[in-house]
Write a protein of this length. Structure first.
Length: 231
């Protein structure tokens, strides 16, 4: 997952910047493709690769190291516990294990998530209001020094909720899409699994987008500037 995020990070930065657009303006009810292209051009041509497209990459790697390791490790622990207690593990039990593992891992990774969002979004603040974290360790130390440890768990509610929604929507959509395709006569091939995975990923993206916007804005907010959220 750390390897994959090295390629997908620019798209994630673009997503965060788009989620923050119109935050302080009631005149921007929705984004057009022109707005998205303008954000992408600014990231690539004005801010550049390091400070724009790959801003916050160290925090993204740290987040994946914590989140990915905890999620897969905890899922194995929970599934093994269910097997010892009930023998066979049903889809419902696997879903329960995935929800528990995903939400717990998301909470553990929340501090790195906060730093990642802030580093990705820093370029949209005026120069005098930017946090200017050098890397993930610098970001963590600055938050601890100036805001206290609780600030690292800002937005943990939406973070856990997003992890639950991702898990449920992905697993259910994948299994339902695969079952429907097999019943329709399609062969159980790599192509079928790839199509089902793309379907489940799209469903997860659409399901979690509202919560993801809230999470991004809560983690990025500055109480002295812009909009402040209570939760």
């Amino acid at each position: 997952e750390m390897f994959a995020v090295s390629f997908t990070h620019p798209a994630d930065v673009l997503k965060v910047r788009c989620q923050l657009m119109g935050e302080c303006s009631t005149g921007m009810a929705r984004l057009s493709m022109r707005d998205i292209v303008a954000v992408g051009r600014r990231l690539a041509l004005v801010e550049g690769v390091q400070r724009g497209l790959y801003s916050g990459i160290s925090a993204a790697w740290a987040r994946q190291a914590v989140f990915g390791t905890a999620r897969h490790g905890l899922y194995g622990v929970f599934e093994r516990d269910r097997k010892e207690k009930f023998g066979a593990v049903s889809l419902g039990m696997r879903l329960q294990c995935a929800v528990l593992a995903g939400s717990t891992a998301a909470l553990l990774a929340n501090p790195t998530d906060v730093i990642m969002i802030r580093m990705q979004a820093d370029g949209q603040w005026p120069l005098e209001q930017r946090r200017n974290y050098k890397h993930v360790v610098d970001g963590l130390s600055q938050v601890l020094r100036h805001e206290g440890p609780l600030a690292l768990y800002r937005g943990c509610g939406p973070t856990a909720m997003r992890a639950v929604l991702v898990t449920v929507s992905q697993i259910v959509t994948y299994e339902e899409a695969k079952a429907a395709a097999l019943n329709a006569g399609f062969a159980n091939s790599v192509g079928l699994h790839l199509c089902c995975a793309m379907t489940s990923a799209t469903a997860a993206c659409l399901t979690t987008q509202p919560v993801d916007v809230v999470k991004t804005r809560i983690m990025n907010m500055q109480k002295e500037h812009g909009v402040s959220y209570k939760g």
